[in-house]
Design a binder for this molecule. Structure first.
Ligand SMILES: [Zn+2]
Length: 419
């Protein structure tokens, strides 16, 4: 054996050099991923990332049967979260539908459980598995942001994580049920890796935008009782979980008159005028946007108009650190809540909770469907529990649990507060 080994060493003195051992990028595509051949969607504006949030542009990805190649993300002890930011064609819904931890846990599972309810199908627009996963994901149209972890119940184990993107076109079946058909148009992917130390207190900047609804303008806002109530409620709500929420500016929406009633995309009841409005806002670096409108309405199955929305977040979570995106803010309807400053303020805080990644503690259920609770284990799984900011029932509580505070803290939109 020794002779053989010596011979091998001798022979290998003449071998070619070993493969390139330069360290690979922290975030990369799986080997052999094919380049797309179609026209990719528009590139995302580079996220305005604070120091310590690493940005990896992976460019256009080819989709096969609606699924991207796998993305590999190396996580070490410094990493608090990673976020996949996807840009897609406007008609496509995208989602991160599979995330595999280095310890083998499938924290986002693409497969639909056999006992999934119609409610789960509707809430997920047909992407049921990710909705019911440990690290809950819901799709967004035209692109979205997907954060891991979005619950303290998922540990960000060091090692190589694997994730992929799925894309489909959502349609409504004859019985009103959402379905999605895979779409093989390329998408663009940017990955944010947050390596910042957890601060003792965090800061959330909020820009307030006025369409003229209820007669409030940027000039009148500072002395308006409703806006003052919003500011103080935001301060108190987030202060209780270690976040200093502060108003970064007051702005009039250009041609706001035309946008005081927002018409949302039919059936889906998202995007539409809300996306148009959010794209058109004055950019405020690092801040999330709150827009005050009169009303939001949505036509369902060509017959029923829903227009009782008090507030709406553009996405759960929103377009993290992506200035000028369609999902960078929330809207509050003053026709619905405006007489009551407390309700308006509570609604703003609740919608910002969604934008930062919080789901309802329990989704409103229809018929005999099983309840769908959030994925945070310290909020009670109890239909009567509503003493929480994220209760789906209108309940003016501003309370948040430690688990919910964790979700806010890992959102890259929050920065460290000045000590
Ligand atoms: Zn809500």
């Amino acid at each position: 054996m020794h002779r053989g080994a010596a011979l091998l060493a001798l022979v290998c003195a003449a071998c070619p050099p070993p493969p390139d051992l330069t360290p690979h990028a922290r975030v990369r595509l799986e080997d052999g991923a094919a380049a797309p051949t179609d026209d990719p969607p528009p590139a995302l504006a580079a996220p305005d990332a604070p120091q310590g949030v690493e940005v990896f542009e992976l460019g256009p990805l080819a989709m096969t049967d609606g699924v991207s190649p796998e993305v590999l993300i190396d996580v070490d002890e410094q990493v608090r979260s990673f976020t996949l930011l996807v840009s897609a064609q406007p008609e496509a819904h995208v989602i991160v539908d599979r995330v595999l931890s280095p310890d083998g846990a499938l924290v986002v599972d693409p497969d639909t459980p056999t006992d999934a309810s119609r409610q789960a199908r509707q809430l997920s627009r047909g992407f049921v598995g990710p909705l019911l996963s440990m690290n809950r994901m819901v799709p967004k149209r035209g692109g979205g942001a997907f954060i891991v972890p979005n619950t303290p119940d998922v540990a960000l184990v060091p090692g190589t994580w694997r994730a992929r993107v799925r894309q489909g076109v959502v349609g409504v079946g004859a019985d009103g049920t959402f379905e999605q058909a895979p779409l093989d148009r390329s998408v663009r992917l940017t990955v944010l890796v947050d390596t910042r130390a957890t601060p003792s207190r965090a800061r959330l900047e909020v820009a307030l935008h006025f369409t003229g609804a209820s007669g409030i303008t940027a000039a009148s806002a500072a002395n308006d009782p409703l806006v003052q109530q919003v500011t103080s409620t935001l301060g108190d709500t987030f202060d209780a979980v270690g976040v200093d929420a502060m108003v970064a500016g007051l702005f009039d929406v250009e041609s706001g008159d035309a946008l005081r009633t927002l018409t949302l995309a039919p059936d889906l009841c998202e995007d539409g005028d809300l996306a148009t409005l959010l794209r058109a806002l004055e950019p405020t670096r690092g801040a999330v946007d709150v827009v005050f409108v009169d009303r939001m309405r949505c036509l369902v199955r060509g017959a029923t108009t829903l227009d009782g929305y008090a507030g709406l977040a553009a996405a759960i979570p929103g377009d993290v650190l992506h200035e000028g995106g369609a999902h960078g803010g929330v809207a509050v309807a003053l026709d619905i809540v405006g007489d009551d400053a407390q309700t308006a303020a509570f609604t703003v805080a609740h919608e910002l909770g969604h934008l930062l990644g919080l789901f309802h503690t329990m989704e409103l259920v229809s018929g005999a469907d099983l309840p769908i609770y959030d994925v945070i284990s310290d909020t009670p799984d109890d239909p009567s529990f509503n003493a929480n900011l994220m209760s789906a029932a209108p309940q003016p509580s501003t309370s948040l649990s430690d688990g919910q505070a964790f979700v806010l803290a890992v959102n890259p939109w929050l920065s460290a507060s000045a000590e």
